[in-house]
Design a protein around this ligand. Structure first.
Ligand code: PEP
Ligand code: MG
Length: 920
């Protein structure tokens, strides 16, 4: 006969059926309790009912598997033996707790029942054992309260009217008794008074629920087990799972464990601790404890807990006795357990303990949650201590935690208490506070007066760029993650929230209205750009330390592990320097057009405008000649800043009309310079108007229509490189042709490259010049015909902003109108402009790489769309076999981390596969 399935796992007295790696079956709590027992750590004996029982219970109309009762009885008998007590035994009663424990921690989302086994028959026995009637009646009143609420009401599906739940009703009974006897707090009630209270409680339960409070230990136990399983599908637990993406199918385990009491007098205590400081990461034992208390008293905040040891006393807790001072022997034992657990789990643990009459018991251990700075510090220090290897260290910090170290952020404490005004897309990282300003010019004027400002616009355009640069944060009502504001802000590492649809911005009256609340120019707001949350008022901020040696050491470990290269999207020598500071190994995208925006751009912009409005090739060539030295100087500066690292320079991409002057003064100036009338300028500008500029005359199409524009840029790039070489410096430019859809476009531009190259070689008397010519793959047709594109292109860079736009047919600047509904209705899982859509756009990328490399096996492939800084997309790029990702300078560290994490995951998966094969 087949062996009956094991539903119950025992633990106690040095023996355990389970292990730490059985979290799926035993839940986190159960698996770790078993592990601690096996390590010889004192844990009250108990047993875990598996998550499979929970699943079976729901699949089988809330019935338990047949063998469960017998297995649980057997385990309980072992617990009784170890504890030398009997469950329900009037002379020598054992009490147990019943707690939930899912695979992933779901703090406070499910139920717990303590003190199970207290009945009218066992109470005298417990009083005789403890010689403490007050304690026993207090435990009984807690049981009635918890049990009637959790088991008799919630699990039974009773939905009481507001404020009429059994717990509230019992609380009122208790208040009444306290008033009658003039007791200020619960602890003022005597044993007799508590006994009377328990009688009232039981009467109230009968009256409200219509059933007597169970007076049988077994009935209490199975009622509690059922209630824990029921709580898996309680409202709180379900919504928590939705938020945390925990599958419903996982189920919870139930842990039944002998009770130990921290509230048995002054030689008893309870506490929670972290094996290292979870806020700073410092390698010091850190925690809180209370004498004569139960676990919930420490976390509930009713009494101020004492510090665990002398070294972690603060200004506020200096006067309180530490455990180290009050119970030195027990403290020593706890420190030994702390060291044991850290060494064993090789990570910071969050532990719970209880001291019952001087005896220490461990009730829980789990990996502790930590702040970003603490995560980095622990990873590095544990690596130095040789507790973990670099491969493990890089998995210990999440990208969001790393982000906390890279930008100024809102003070988390201040943020917790702040009022949320609106939510938008998290377009630029970090946090900032400032006074609301509605135009770029005002932003400049106010900052010149020394004010910090938040520039609030319906949406931004290139003309706002000066205001954007000076603002502490940028806030827009419209636009998506690849909108102008988002791209620019991210490039600068500036805090930015876009697509904040609830804002009604009125730049005219300089007000913004959100849900009936109107804010005016000068009002303070604070932005969390990493989460996309806008707050009212001025919140404090915390500055990062860019030279943080721990961060440098952590990222160096990431670099040793990762396979993907990491470059930056940088448009100027200044950006290039920032990129290098953050560890970029090259520039993956230099958008040449950016030299025409912002400070110092007036002269080149004027010349560019002249070129755009030229009518004849001669006029255009002359304008190009004027523009040439500016373009060359700009590129040379960036090449020099990168000091021999590759720099991918993209030829002009945007539709030309974006550069046409709108104001009359600028138009007049241009007319004068071109020797034409103002009307002429307007007419020529009008002629550039397009219905669909994003799919109009842009990218390579400009270079095909105006070869002299491409030639000027190619010459600027090659001459800049040749000059650097002549100066004894290294430069590796990569000329990138944008928005291509057929190899014929590449052939056309390649001919120009060949022509210019010959001229430059001759001019500089050189035999060769190191550079590459490649293309962006950002149109689906280009991806599908990649085998042909690679006949000319020596590298591909996936422009996933446009590839997503054209793959989905979603305008990247207009998704704000419908994307929130698409996300809410789960039509898409994530905004495809933030995270690569692997199913569709990802397929285009994979096909592109495969076909490209079929033609040119060593084809270098990268990504330069905004997805290059998104961890999930970086994982995809690694798996797709790209050589590098490129993202804004401030996201380079995140990319280094994400690339390392996927490399570790990939290597582990490959190792797993190999060892499975070996076993077959
Ligand atoms: C892209 O399309 O992904 C890209 C990088 O180019 P841009 O955002 O400048 O269109
Ligand atoms: Mg593009």
């Amino acid at each position: 006969m087949a062996k009956a399935k094991k539903y119950v796992y025992f633990f106690g007295a040095g023996k355990a059926d389970g292990r730490a790696d059985m979290k799926e079956l035993l839940g986190g709590k159960g698996a770790n309790l078993a592990e601690m027992v096996s390590l010889g750590i004192p844990v009250p004996a108990g047993f875990t009912i598996t998550t499979e029982v929970c699943t079976a219970y729901y699949e089988n109309r809330r019935k338990y598997p047949k063998q469960l009762k017998a297995q649980a009885d057997a385990a309980l008998a072992r617990v009784e033996k170890i504890m030398a007590k009997g469950f329900g035994d009037p002379a020598n009663p054992l009490l147990v707790s019943c707690r939930s424990g899912a695979r992933a921690s779901m703090p406070g989302m499910m139920e717990t029942v303590l003190n199970i086994g207290l009945t009218t028959q066992t109470i005298p026995g417990v009083i005789a054992l403890t010689k403490n009637p007050r304690f026993v009646w207090d435990a009984y009143r807690r049981l009635i309260m918890m049990y009637s609420d959790v088991v008799m009401e919630k699990a039974a599906g009773i939905e009481p009217a507001e404020d009429q739940g059994i717990r509230r009703q019992l609380e009122r009974v208790m208040d009444q008794v306290k008033r009658q006897v003039s007791a200020k707090s619960d602890t003022d009630l005597s044993a007799d008074q508590l006994e009377t209270l328990c009688r009232h409680f039981r009467d109230k339960v009968q009256e409200v629920i219509g059933k007597p409070f169970p007076d049988d230990a077994q009935e209490q136990l199975w009622g509690a087990v059922g209630a824990v399983f029921q709580s898996w599908n309680g409202r709180r637990a379900i919504s928590y799972r939705r938020i945390e993406n925990i599958p419903d199918s996982w189920g919870t385990a139930v842990n039944v464990q002998a009770m130990v009491f921290g509230n048995m007098g002054d030689d008893s205590a309870t506490g929670v601790a972290f094996t290292r400081n979870p806020a700073t990461g410092e390698n010091v034992f850190f925690g809180e404890w209370l004498t004569n208390a139960q676990g919930e008293d420490v976390v509930a905040g009713i009494r101020t807990p004492n510090p665990l040891n002398v070294s972690t006393k603060s200004e506020h807790t200096a006067h309180l006795a530490s455990l180290e001072e009050a119970m030195p022997e027990t403290y020593k034992q706890l420190v030994a357990i702390r060291n044991r657990l850290e060494k064993h789990y090789r990570d910071m643990q969050d532990i719970e303990f209880t001291i019952e009459k001087g005896k220490l018991w461990m009730l829980q251990t789990r990996t502790g949650k930590r702040t970003g700075p603490a995560a980095v510090r622990m990873a590095v220090e544990m690596m130095r201590e040789r507790l973990i290897r670099k491969e493990a260290a890089v998995t210990r910090v999440t990208p969001a935690q790393l982000d906390e170290l890279l930008h100024r952020i809102l003070d988390p404490k201040a943020e917790k208490n702040a009022r949320v005004l609106a939510k938008g897309l998290p377009a630029g990282p970090g946090g900032a506070a400032g006074r609301l300003i509605f135009t770029a010019a005002d932003a400049v004027a106010w900052t010149e007066r020394g004010e910090e400002v938040v520039l609030c616009r319906e949406e931004t355009n290139p003309e706002d760029v000066e205001g954007m640069r000076v603002a502490s944060a940028i806030l827009t009502a419209r636009g998506g993650m690849t909108s102008h504001a988002a791209l620019v802000a991210r490039g600068w590492g500036k805090c930015c929230i876009v697509g904040c649809g609830a804002l009604h911005v009125d730049a005219h009256s300089k007000t913004v209205t959100v849900g009936g609340h109107t804010l005016r120019e000068g009002d303070w707001v604070s932005c969390n750009g990493s989460k996309g949350v806008l707050y009212v008022g001025k919140l404090d901020t915390v500055d990062p330390d860019p030279e943080n040696p721990l961060l440098v050491e952590f990222l160096a470990a990431c670099d040793k592990v990762r396979k993907l290269g990491v470059r930056a999207n940088a448009d100027s020598p200044h950006d290039a320097a920032t990129a290098r500071k953050f560890g970029a190994e090259g520039i993956g995208l230099l958008r040449t057009e950016h030299m025409f925006y912002g400070e110092g751009a007036d002269v080149p912009l004027f010349k560019l405008r002249k070129m755009i409005l030229s009518k004849t090739p001669e006029e255009r060539r002359a304008a190009c000649d004027e523009l040439f030295p500016h373009v060359k100087a700009d590129i040379k500066g960036t090449l020099a800043a990168m000091d021999g690292l590759p720099v991918t320079i993209r030829l002009l991409d945007p539709p030309l009309h974006e550069f046409v002057p709108q104001g009359e003064e600028k138009q007049r100036e241009l007319a004068q310079s071109l020797g034409i009338t103002l009307e002429d300028v307007r007419a020529r500008a009008e002629a550039l108007h397009e219905s669909n500029p994003m799919m109009g005359h842009r990218g390579v199409r400009l270079g095909i229509t105006y070869p002299e524009v491409s030639q000027m840029q190619i010459r600027a790039i090659l001459e800049a490189a040749a000059e650097l070489r002549a100066e004894g410096k290294k430069a590796i430019p990569e000329i990138m042709i944008p928005v291509t859809c057929t190899v014929n476009e590449l052939k056309d531009q390649q001919a120009l490259v060949e022509k210019v190259k010959a001229e430059v070689l001759q001019k500089f008397n050189l035999k060769k010049l190191d550079f590459l010519v490649g293309t962006m793959i950002e149109i689906p047709r280009a991806a599908l015909t990649a085998n042909k594109m690679a006949e000319v292109a020596e590298f591909f860079s996936f422009g996933t902003n446009d590839l997503t736009q054209m793959g989905f047919g979603f305008s990247r600047d207009d998704i704000g109108a419908f994307m929130p509904d698409y996300l809410a209705k789960k039509i898409v899982d994530a905004d495809p402009f933030q995270t690569i859509d692997q199913e569709g756009v990802g397929e285009l990328i994979k096909v592109g790489i495969e076909r490209g490399r079929a033609t040119r096996p060593k084809l270098k492939v990268g990504i330069c769309g905004e997805h290059g800084g998104d961890p999930a997309s970086i994982h995809f790029c690694h798996k797709a076999g790209m050589n590098y990702v490129s993202c804004s300078p401030f996201r380079v560290p995140i990319a280094r981390l994400a690339a390392a994490q996927i490399a570790v995951k990939d290597a582990a998966a490959k190792k797993g596969k190999k060892s499975k094969k070996g076993k077959r």
